[in-house]
Design a protein around this ligand. Structure first.
Ligand code: FEO
Ligand code: CA
Ligand code: CA
Ligand code: CA
Length: 581
C-alpha cells in the first residue's frame, strides 16, 4: 500500500477539515449550489413542496423523489442534458406529520411515489447547468410504473402472480440504491433492500430462499403490505421475487417501458459498473450489499457494436453471471482470486442441490453463490473501474458480523473482526482483461482511526491519517483523469471509534500514490451518495441523502425551521476549471 505523500499531481485542491455543522462545505475556490431537492415539482402543474409532510401522494408523483442516491449524466447536446437519479427510500419521520405512526393507504401511495427514479432535463446557460421544469425528458418512475421482465428468468413460475400470470410484466421499482450507465445511452437502476417492503397478514411458511433474502412475516416498518395486498406474502407469495433486479431505462424516451434484466441476478444490488472489454464483451460488476454476501460479475454473450446503438439494446439479456472467490495466505492483505461461474448444470448448480434451471440460479443467486464457494464479504457497495487502466475498486463498507458469524471468518480482503470502518478493495484482471477468470487483488485502503487505535489494523492503512480519516466508504467513481472519488455512509457521532471524523463526506484519492484528501463535508445526519460529472469535468453533481434523519436537527438545505430534504448539489470552480485538478 502506498503511503500518503501530500504531493499527488492529480489532487489540486486544499483539504476540507471535518465538520459537524449543518452545511455543505467545499474547498476554497469551489462553490456549491442546490440543483433540486425532495418534493420540488418536475412540472408546473404540480404543487410545490410543503414543509411538515403536507403534500399528497398525487403531488409526490410529479415531484422529485426522496433520498436521492446514484445518478448519471447523459449529454443530449451542448446546452441540454439529462440527469437520471435514483430515489432510494423515505424518512417517514420527515415525510408525514404523524412521523409514520398512523399510516394510511394514501400515505403508502405517497411513499411508493417517492421512490424509484427521477429523470430531469437540464439546460445550460451562462450560469451553468439548471433544472428545466417541464423539460421534455422529465419523468418520474416509481413503485407502480409498469416494467418488463426480460432475460433468462422471464416468465418463470417463481415470477408469476395473479396480476401477471405470465411472469413477464412487473409493477414498479423501489429502494433504488446506486446505478450505472451504458455506452448505448441507457440508465441502470439497482434495487437494493427490497425485502423490507414485504410482510404478511397471515401465517405463511417462509422458505429458506426467502429467508436468505431477508424476507419474513415482518416488514422493515414500511407497512406497505397492510394497505397494498401486492406486498402481502400471505396473498401474493411470488411478488417479492420480482424485485432485487437491475432495471434498464431509456432516459431519452419518457414513454419507454423500463426493463428488469434478470441475467444480472437477483440480490441486494448496489451499483452496476459497466465496462466494455477489449474484445467487445460487456462486463458489469455488481455488489450485493449485505453482511457476508458477495461480489458478482456479468459477461455478455454478444459484443458491443459502437456503430449501431439499437443493436446493443438487449446485450444485458444473455451472458454469464459469476461470483468472486478471494484467496490469500494467512494475514496477507493481497492475493489471487477467481470468478466462479453461476450457470445451471455447472459447479454443483444442479437439481440435486435445488437448482432446476438458469432462471432459478438467477432468482436465487445468493444460494447459487454459496453453492459454488464464493467468499463472504464485508458488504460490497459500489464498484468503480478505472477509465483507462485495467483495475477495479469496490468499497466494502463495514461488517459487524465479521469474525462473529461462522460463515464470515477474518481474513483475505476482510481482515478485521467486527469491522466498523470499512475498506476499499482493488483488483487487476488477469492479462488486463475484464473477461478473464482470474485476478490479483489487494486493499487500496483500510479506513480507520489512527487517533484512537495504534499499531493495529483499526488505525487504518498507511494512507489514512488524522487529517483524512473517515468511516464506511460507500459511493465511489472515477473522473476522466483517473481520480477516485469516495463518498461515505458512516457513523457521524464524532465520538469513540469515530472521534474526529465528523459528518459524512466525500474524498478524492490518487490511485497511483494512494493519497486521500477530503473534498467536501455534508450537513447533519446525512449520507453523501451519488456522483456525476458533466462531460467537460467542470460540474460535479453530488447527492446529500437524508439530512436530519431520525429528527437529528438538520434544516438542510433551506435553513430556518424548514423540513430537511435530500438534495442534489452542483459543484463548480470559481475559475471555471476542472473539478479536483
Ligand atoms: Fe443503498 Fe448499500 O447502499
Ligand atoms: Ca450505498
Ligand atoms: Ca451504505
Ligand atoms: Ca443511505
Amino acid at each position: 500500500m502506498a503511503a500518503a505523500t501530500g504531493t499527488s499531481p492529480l489532487l489540486g485542491f486544499d483539504a476540507v477539515p471535518t465538520s459537524t455543522a449543518d452545511s455543505f462545505v467545499v474547498p476554497p475556490g469551489y462553490q456549491a449550489e442546490r440543483l433540486i431537492s425532495w418534493g420540488d415539482p418536475l412540472f408546473s402543474n404540480v404543487a410545490e413542496f410543503i414543509n411538515g409532510g403536507g403534500n399528497s401522494a398525487a403531488d409526490q408523483l410529479g415531484q422529485f423523489g426522496d433520498n436521492n442516491d446514484g445518478m448519471s449524466f447523459f449529454k443530449v447536446d451542448d446546452s441540454t442534458a439529462i440527469l437520471a437519479i435514483n430515489n432510494e427510500y423515505c424518512n417517514y419521520e420527515l415525510m408525514f406529520a404523524h412521523q409514520g405512526k398512523q399510516m394510511t393507504a394514501e400515505d403508502v401511495k405517497k411513499a411508493q411515489a417517492a421512490q424509484g427514479v427521477s429523470v430531469l432535463t437540464l439546460n445550460k446557460s451562462a450560469d451553468g447547468w439548471r433544472f428545466a421544469k417541464d423539460g421534455k425528458y422529465n419523468r418520474r418512475i416509481h413503485a407502480n410504473t409498469p416494467m418488463m421482465i426480460s432475460g433468462p428468468a422471464r416468465g418463470h413460475a417463481l415470477l408469476q402472480t395473479s396480476a401477471d400470470p405470465k411472469g413477464k410484466q412487473a409493477l414498479g421499482t423501489f429502494n433504488n440504491c446506486a446505478n450505472g450507465m451504458t455506452p448505448w445511452g441507457t440508465y441502470l437502476t439497482c434495487e437494493e433492500n427490497v425485502n423490507g417492503y414485504f410482510g404478511s397478514t397471515g401465517q405463511v411458511e417462509i422458505t429458506p430462499a426467502q429467508a436468505r433474502y431477508g424476507i419474513g412475516l415482518e416488514d422493515a416498518g414500511w407497512q406497505w403490505h397492510a394497505f397494498d395486498k401486492r406486498f402481502d406474502l400471505a396473498k401474493h407469495p411470488n411478488e417479492c421475487n420480482r424485485f432485487g433486479w437491475v432495471v434498464e431505462i431509456d432516459p431519452k424516451d419518457p414513454s419507454s417501458t423500463p426493463i428488469k434484466r434478470t441475467a444480472l441476478g437477483r440480490f441486494k444490488h448496489e451499483n452496476a459498473e459497466l465496462v466494455i472489454d477489449k474484445d467487445g464483451h460487456v462486463v458489469v460488476y455488481l455488489g450485493d450489499d449485505e453482511r457476508g454476501e458477495h461480489l458478482y460479475r456479468f459477461v455478455s454473450e454478444g459484443k458491443y457494436n459502437p456503430n449501431d446503438m439499437a443493436a446493443n439494446r438487449d446485450l444485458l439479456d444473455q451472458g454469464t453471471l459469476y461470483v468472486a472467490r478471494f484467496d490469500a495466505a494467512d494475514g496477507e492483505l493481497k492475493g489471487k482470486g477467481e470468478w466462479l461461474e453461476l450457470t445451471f448444470g455447472k459447479n454443483g448448480l444442479t437439481p440435486e442441490n435445488g437448482f432446476n434451471s438458469q432462471a432459478e440460479v438467477l432468482i436465487h443467486a445468493r444460494l447459487a453463490a454459496t453453492q459454488v464457494g464464493a467468499t463472504t464479504m464485508d458488504r460490497p457497495e459500489w464498484v468503480a473501474a478505472h477509465p483507462t487502466e485495467p483495475v477495479v475498486f469496490c468499497t466494502l463498507t463495514n461488517n459487524k458480523n465479521r469474525g462473529v458469524k461462522d460463515n464470515q471468518p477474518v481474513g483475505g480482503p476482510n481482515p478485521r473482526a467486527e469491522n466498523h470502518y470499512g475498506q476499499i478493495l482493488r483488483w487487476q484482471p488477469a492479462n488486463g482483461r475484464h473477461t478473464a477468470a482470474a485476478f490479483d487483488w489487494d486493499l487500496f485502503l483500510l479506513a480507520g482511526n489512527p487517533t484512537v487505535h495504534r499499531n493495529n489494523l483499526y488505525a487504518g492503512s498507511a494512507n489514512i491519517n488524522k487529517d483524512n480519516m473517515f468511516n464506511s466508504p460507500d459511493g465511489i467513481g472515477f473522473d476522466q483523469a483517473g481520480r477516485l472519488w469516495i463518498q461515505t455512509d458512516g457513523k457521524y457521532s464524532n465520538e469513540g471509534d469515530f472521534a474526529g471524523m465528523g459528518n459524512n463526506q466525500m474524498l478524492c484519492a490518487d490511485p497511483a500514490t494512494g493519497e486521500v484528501r477530503r473534498f467536501l463535508t455534508g450537513p447533519i445526519a446525512c449520507e453523501i451518495t451519488g456522483l456525476a460529472f458533466s462531460p467537460d469535468q467542470k460540474t460535479l453533481f453530488v447527492g446529500v441523502q437524508h439530512p436530519g434523519e431520525d429528527l437529528a436537527g438538520s434544516h438542510f438545505p433551506l435553513g430556518g425551521d424548514s423540513t430537511p430534504r435530500s438534495s442534489v448539489m452542483m459543484i463548480t470552480r470559481e475559475d471555471g476549471g476542472i473539478i479536483g485538478a
